[in-house]
Design a protein around this ligand. Structure first.
Ligand code: FAD
Length: 467
């Protein structure tokens, strides 16, 4: 029987990063993946393909502004969706190939098949050819991720009533895409098809889109997307989603009991994701699953079975690739006797629309609810030279700092390249910087990053320069 120090079940960003870190630390490591490609949700049907389509559709949308830049295009410019999707698939294939290379390079044994616990130290791998192999694992790391969830009365047919997975491979641009759920995934994919010419309507139960983020970001993103033509039905509870032929009818009710009916040709159900443990037989190993379907873990990501750990989307916390990666690294280092730590408050969240939305730390709503005295400084991108040069004028950076100590408590941004700019805020907060600290650091001119410095100046005695 094959025997390993560490067996990782699932090859998403949590699993494969954990396997690499385990191998780096000298453990004999194996990884089990039920699909034929490595990389999990993120790489195959999540982060990477969605960003590929966002990127392609962004290029297309930019054509509308070519004339402003003195670029004349003669002849018709049209979308070839088949090619666009093929490019996305090629990006995914290449990236997945890169993970195979990394597994080889780190001498990690890859098993293709469904992993399930026989007991706490043995995992059976059921392979596609019908055979099964049992391997011995001193330690196991569960990194089985998540799957799209739905509402009990919606039947997803994967043709017209779809999840994000199908939305990444459509054969035509919808005429009217009705999106159920205005969270990150729904809004990103909504912008893709809006740019490609679809009418897009978003129905959201809460009173705003991207409800987990600071209210000011929701407001600004809603404003920008409305300008681009997206329609929003917030504070609406979906009652039914029915398909008749090529028509999908969505009914939703507002707080006053008024019912709206939206007819589209596709409906994207993006109401969240559920932790995935199907077929894992966790109970055979004594691993407890919570009522919400998550693998229960302690602060060290250890499950109720002491030699088994769990990371990523399958455990509590934000369902984000970089959170899964940090946890993967943390478990490997714990197994090696180190004492790693993750500050979950400093896991940034990003929406890859354009303008991009990014945040780290506490929102104003959270600070208010916790009764923390804070001050706030904002700076609009439209006042930046760099933003004017590229006509990326929407958005702002907002810094929230402790009223007494000036320590930065939260940074919230919407605008060009904020997905990358947020890293400065993470570094600053990791080192417990004050707003004053950021305001005194030189930021290259002209850059979008200057908005961070200006917001810090605004947060400290309202001394921004360019407003
Ligand atoms: P997963 O990536 O879900 O991987 C789990 C793997 O385990 C899968 O490959 C699965 O097949 C395998 N598996 C499950 N059970 C078994 C078993 N019993 N045996 C063997 N293998 C098994 N996050 C971001 O941070 N940034 C983004 O831009 C972003 N965009 C997204 C866009 C979309 C459309 C979606 C759907 C998600 C997006 N996410 C994004 C979320 C991100 O994909 C997840 O947070 C991340 O993939 C979680 O990683 P994971 O390793 O926990 O699990």
């Amino acid at each position: 029987m094959n025997s390993f120090d560490v067996v990782v079940i699932g090859s998403g960003p949590g699993g494969y990063v954990s396997a690499i870190r385990c191998a780096q630390l000298g453990f004999k490591t194996a990884i089990i993946e039920k699909y034929s490609t490595l990389g999990g949700t993120c790489l195959n049907v999540g982060c990477i393909p969605s960003k590929a389509l966002l990127s392609s559709s962004h290029h297309y949308a930019e054509i509308a502004h070519f004339a402003d830049h003195g670029i004349e295009v003669s002849g018709e410019v049209k979308v070839n969706l088949e090619k666009m999707i093929a490019r996305k698939t090629a990006v995914v294939d290449q990236t997945s190939g890169g993970i195979n290379y990394l597994m080889d390079k780190n001498n990690i044994t890859v098993f293709n098949g469904l992993g399930s616990f026989v007991d706490a130290t043995h995992v059976a791998v059921a392979k596609a050819d019908g055979t099964s192999e049992t391997i011995e694992a001193k330690h196991t790391i569960i990194a089985t991720g998540s799957k799209p969830s739905s509402l009990p009365f919606i039947s997803i047919d994967k043709e017209r009533i779809i999840t994000s997975t199908e939305a990444l491979s459509l054969k035509e641009v919808p005429k009217h895409l009705v999106i159920i759920g205005g969270g990150v995934i729904g809004i990103e994919l909504g912008q893709v098809y809006l740019r490609l010419g679809a009418q897009v309507s978003v129905v959201e139960f809460m009173d705003r889109i991207i409800p987990g983020m600071d209210g000011a970001l929701s407001k600004e993103l809603t404003k920008v997307l409305k300008k681009q033509g997206m329609k929003f039905y917030t504070s609406h509870k979906v009652q039914s989603v029915e398909r008749a032929g090529d028509v999908v009818t969505v009914k939703a009710e507002n707080a006053k009991g008024e019912v709206i009916t939206l007819e589209g040709d596709y409906s994207l159900v993006s109401v969240g994701r559920r932790p995935y443990t199907d077929g894992l037989n966790a109970e055979n190993a004594g691993v407890k699953i919570s009522e919400r379907g998550q693998v229960e873990v302690n602060d060290h990501l250890q499950t109720s079975a002491s030699n088994i750990y769990a990371i990523g989307d399958v455990v509590r916390g934000a369902m984000l690739a970089h959170k899964a990666e940090e946890e993967g690294t943390m478990v490997a280092e714990i197994l090696a006797g180190q004492k790693p730590h993750i500050d979950y408050n400093l896991i940034p969240g990003v929406v890859y629309t354009w303008p991009e939305v990014a945040a780290v730390g506490q929102t104003e709503e959270q600070l208010k609810a916790a009764g923390v005295a804070y001050k706030s400084g904002s700076f609009p991108f439209k006042a930046l030279g760099r933003a004017r040069a590229s006509a990326d004028l929407d958005g702002f950076v907002k810094i929230l700092a402790d009223a007494k100590t000036d320590e930065v408590l939260g940074v919230h941004m919407i605008g060009a390249r904020t997905a990358d700019l947020i890293a400065e805020a993470v570094v600053a907060m990791e080192y417990k910087a004050s707003a004053e600290d950021i305001s005194r650091m030189s930021h290259a001119h002209p850059t979008f990053a200057e908005a961070v410095k200006e917001a810090a100046l605004a947060a400290t005695e309202n001394r921004a320069i360019h407003v």
